[in-house]
Write a protein that binds this ligand. Structure first.
Ligand code: FAD
Length: 197
């Protein structure tokens, strides 16, 4: 008998939002993370329009919009001099209800998601590391280790790997990690040839 319907491994933004989505759909979830607490560095700064659209369906958009702020322009400085100003304007105007670049640092963002999960009665299980798993009789049996060294087996109908760039889940199913973060922009000189996709 499965102990939960979905076991989510990793409580970064992917795992946290998935847990909120599944809870809203009435699916029982358990979410574990190897780290002792949520991220404390900002990392991703901007919340994209598509994310805000998804958040609208989850009732999270207002909180993110109120807590962050839109960026209207970029000012570029070099060697103490103001060199350029790039007006961002209404990016995605006519395509999205959120046609702007919205800054909301990842650490605050994650803390907000953790709090919303807590309100829904779901606590992220910290210091809980996925060691491995196997499929058995229509369910997944996942081996988890606590900080104390104690291990347990969690039965779940589904296991979702939200465990980041060095995903153990991806490694165990031999899924690979094709693609990259940066791409070349052929019209730019080599020294400036990287750009966010
Ligand atoms: C220094 C830095 C700067 C960045 N800057 C930007 C930026 O400016 N803009 C941008 O868009 N993105 C940026 N990123 C990328 C962004 O942070 C990631 O895209 C985002 O965190 C991915 O979210 P995620 O939930 O998929 O994975 P992660 O945030 O990596 O979360 C994975 C979670 O899984 C847990 N975990 C891993 N293995 C296990 C296991 N075996 N068992 C249990 N738990 C496990 C980890 O503890 C972690 O909490 C940056 C990343 C870094 C590191």
């Amino acid at each position: 008998m499965a102990q939960t319907e979905v076991l989510i491994v990793g409580a970064g933004p992917s795992g946290l939002v998935l847990a909120l989505c599944l809870h809203r759909l009435g699916v029982a979830v358990r979410i574990v993370d190897a780290a002792s607490g949520p991220g404390t560095t900002s990392r991703a700064l901007v919340v994209q329009a598509r994310t805000l659209e998804l958040y609208r369906t989850l009732g999270l958009d207002r909180q993110v919009l109120d807590a962050g702020h839109p960026i209207l322009a970029l000012n570029l400085w070099a060697e103490g001099e103001h060199r350029a100003r790039v007006e961002l304007g209404a990016l995605g105007g006519g395509l999205t209800p959120h046609p702007f670049v919205h800054v909301y640092p990842q650490d605050r963002h994650e803390a907000m998601l953790v709090e919303r999960l807590r309100e829904a009665g779901i606590e992220v299980e910290r210091n809980c590391t996925l060691l491995g798993f196997e499929e058995h009789g229509g369910e997944v049996l996942a081996r988890l280790r606590r900080a104390s060294g104690e291990t347990e087996t969690c039965g779940a109908l589904w296991l979702v790997g939200c465990d980041g760039a060095r995903s153990v889940v991806r490694h165990l199913i031999d899924a690979g990690f094709p693609g990259g973060t940066y791409r070349r922009c052929s019209t730019w000189p080599t020294s400036r040839a990287t750009a966010r996709p």
